[in-house]
Design a protein. Structure first.
Length: 301
């Protein structure tokens, strides 16, 4: 890694830490949206550096779909214990059981959109006025429209045409009661930046990101992992492939790629040659050209 790139990572780190400290200065009850994925792990690591030697002042909030990779839940619990942070869990299954949402049916059913109601309920129940996320502008075109401080109205909705200017990194977190903000400290990072930072800081990540043998099914141009929630079609067959996951989410919609990258350095080298965004292996994003933006307008991450 070049000296220039190390300096560039320092600049990105400094910017993110500045944003996190601004959140703590402006809001009463901020939380970090924590999925157990690499981006939210990096945000938690940055928060630890921003407030060291004190503990991070944010609770971690996880929206649990009930269809998780077991490795992700174990990693979440381990890092919460390591950080000494408070964990808030919003359960999609509870929302289904309570009749708050209706579960999708069929082969391509997903609980991804159901997370919206669960997230907004958790924000209201816990009186959260700022939810810090690991979204990056290079992930997807709807994410590219986000500012660092993203205002949400009293219904949790996002209006991409009504965002506040952030000239000279001056952030306006003023809001009325019932409204809240989403804040994205690593907005300016790329997937490559994240992996190089993970390598530099020696950050622990779930084993799912590394190439390993797994039973999978080819669907929607991705290798979908076999699970108790996967409904097979007659023409589909389970195969064993050496794959890794570029992004983690609901196990029913998170696709893997064939890979031999079993170290962070190999992953970074692999990512440098890719021309397809990591969310290209998420089947929920393939439902329409505007699927992500539609969900964000309703209150998604």
């Amino acid at each position: 890694m070049s000296k220039y790139y190390l300096n560039y990572l320092d600049e990105l780190e400094s910017e993110a830490i500045f944003v996190l400290r601004e959140v703590w200065a402006q809001f009463q009850n901020p939380v970090i949206l924590f999925s157990g994925g690499k981006d939210s792990i990096v945000v938690a690591h940055l928060a630890r550096k921003a407030f060291f030697p004190a503990k991070i002042p944010f609770a971690l909030m996880h929206v649990d779909t009930g269809h998780n990779f077991p490795e992700t839940i174990k990693f979440r619990n381990d890092i919460v214990e390591e950080l000494g942070a408070r964990l808030i869990v919003g359960s999609v299954q509870e929302a289904i059981d309570d009749g708050r949402v209706v579960e999708e049916k069929g082969k391509n059913a997903t609980r991804n959109e159901l997370q919206i109601t669960t997230l907004l309920d958790a924000i209201e129940l816990n009186k959260v006025d700022c939810a810090i996320g690991g979204g990056r502008r290079d992930e997807e075109k709807a994410r590219a429209k986000e500012r660092f401080f993203s205002h949400r109205d009293e219904f949790g909705q996002w209006d991409p045409k009504n965002q506040r200017p952030e000239l000279w990194n001056i952030f306006n977190g003023n809001h009325f009661q019932g409204e809240h903000f989403r804040v994205f400290p690593i907005s300016n990072w790329t997937e490559m930046d994240v992996w190089n930072y993970i390598a530099r800081e020696n950050i622990k990540i779930p084993s799912l990101y590394f190439a390993h043998e797994r039973e999978v099914v080819w669907r929607s141009d991705s290798w979908i992992p076999k699970s108790e929630y996967l409904i097979l079609e007659e023409n589909e067959k389970v195969e064993t492939k050496k794959i890794r996951f570029r992004t983690l989410g609901d196990i029913t919609i998170t696709g893997g790629i064939e890979s031999d990258a079993d170290t962070v350095e190999k992953i970074a080298a692999e990512v440098s040659a890719m021309r397809k965004t990591e969310r290209g292996n998420r089947t929920d994003d393939k439902r329409s050209e505007s699927s992500m933006e539609d969900r964000k307008r309703q209150g998604y991450f």
